[in-house]
Write a protein that binds this ligand. Structure first.
Ligand SMILES: C[S@@+](CC[C@H](N)C(=O)[O-])C[C@H]1O[C@@H](n2cnc3c(N)ncnc32)[C@H](O)[C@@H]1O
Length: 232
C-alpha cells in the first residue's frame, strides 16, 4: 500500500504526491506498480482528474476508445435488455452507445461532474437515468439483465472487487449477463485489469460466454452457468 510519509507526525509526502513522483522517475511506471495503492480510489481522486480535464481519458476523440467501444458492443448478444446497469459511466460516451440496446438503463458514477456531461450526451434517450453512486458501498434496488463494468474494476481494492462481485451476483437476473472491460497496462491503481477481472470472475462463479483479449485490454462477457442464454 502507498502510505503517506511523515516526520514528527507531519506529512512530508502525501501518498498521492509519492505516487505522482514515482511516475516522474526513470522506470517510474514500474515503481508505481510496485508501490500500488491497495485502497479503492476515492471520489477526490477522480474529481481532481475531471477538474484538470472534463474528458480525462479522451473517450470522445480517441480512436483506441472508439475501437474498444465497437468490440464491447459486438460482444453483446443481439437481444434487447429490459433493465441494464452501467457502473462508472463517466461522461456517458459508452452509455449513449449501449442505450439503444436497452429498455431501461441506470448509469452511475462516483463523481457528479461527468454526470452533467453524460446527461447532456443522452438527452435524446429519456429511458437512461444517471445517478451519483459510490460502488460497492452504494448499490441500486432491483434486478438487472445486463451489468456493465467498463474500465472501472481496477480502481477498486481487491476487497471491494469481491464486494462488487457479491452485489452483482445478488442483483443479476437468472439469464442476465455481465460485461467487463479492463485495461491490462501497469499503473499505481489498486489492481491490474487482469487481477480485477480474474478475482471478479472467480468470486461470482459466473461463466465466460465471450472472451476477447488484446495486449492493451481484455473483455469478458459472463453469465450464470445454469442459464441456457440465447446469445445471438
Ligand atoms: C476510466 S472511466 C470509464 C468510463 C466508461 N465506463 C468507459 O469505459 O468509457 C472510470 C469511471 O469510473 C468512475 N468510478 C471510479 N470508481 C467508482 C466507484 N467506486 N463507483 C462508481 N464510479 C466509479 C470514475 O469516476 C470514472 O468516471
Amino acid at each position: 500500500m502507498l502510505r503517506t510519509i511523515t516526520t514528527a507526525g507531519r506529512a512530508v509526502f502525501s501518498a498521492k504526491r509519492l505516487h505522482r513522483l514515482s511516475h516522474a522517475l526513470p522506470g517510474g511506471r514500474r515503481l508505481a506498480a510496485l508501490i500500488r495503492n491497495r485502497s479503492s480510489r476515492n471520489a477526490a481522486h477522480f474529481q481532481d482528474m475531471y477538474d484538470a480535464d472534463p474528458d480525462p481519458w479522451h473517450f470522445r476523440t480517441s480512436e483506441y476508445e472508439q475501437a474498444k467501444y465497437r468490440k464491447t458492443l459486438e460482444a453483446l448478444p443481439t437481444r434487447r435488455f429490459g433493465s441494464a446497469f452501467e457502473i462508472g459511466c463517466s461522461i456517458g460516451v459508452l452509455t449513449h452507445l449501449l442505450a439503444p440496446r436497452c429498455d431501461a438503463l441506470l448509469a452511475v458514477d462516483i463523481v457528479e461532474q461527468p454526470l452533467r456531461d453524460a446527461r447532456a450526451a443522452c438527452a435524446d434517450q429519456p429511458w437512461v437515468q444517471f445517478r451519483r453512486m459510490q460502488v460497492p458501498d452504494e448499490w441500486p434496488e432491483g434486478n438487472f439483465d445486463l451489468i456493465v463494468l467498463s474500465e472501472v474494476l481496477y480502481f477498486l481494492s481487491p476487497k471491494d472487487v469481491a464486494k462488487v462481485a457479491d452485489r452483482v451476483r445478488a442483483s443479476l437476473d437468472a439469464t442476465g449477463l455481465v460485461l467487463l472491460v479492463n485495461w491490462r497496462g501497469r499503473s499505481g491503481d489498486p489492481c491490474t485489469g487482469d487481477q480485477a477481472a480474474d478475482l471478479f470472475i472467480q468470486r461470482t462463479g459466473l461463466e465466460p460466454r465471450v472472451q476477447y483479449q488484446e495486449d492493451t485490454y481484455r473483455l469478458d462477457l459472463l453469465g450464470h452457468p445454469q442459464a441456457a442464454t440465447r446469445f445471438r
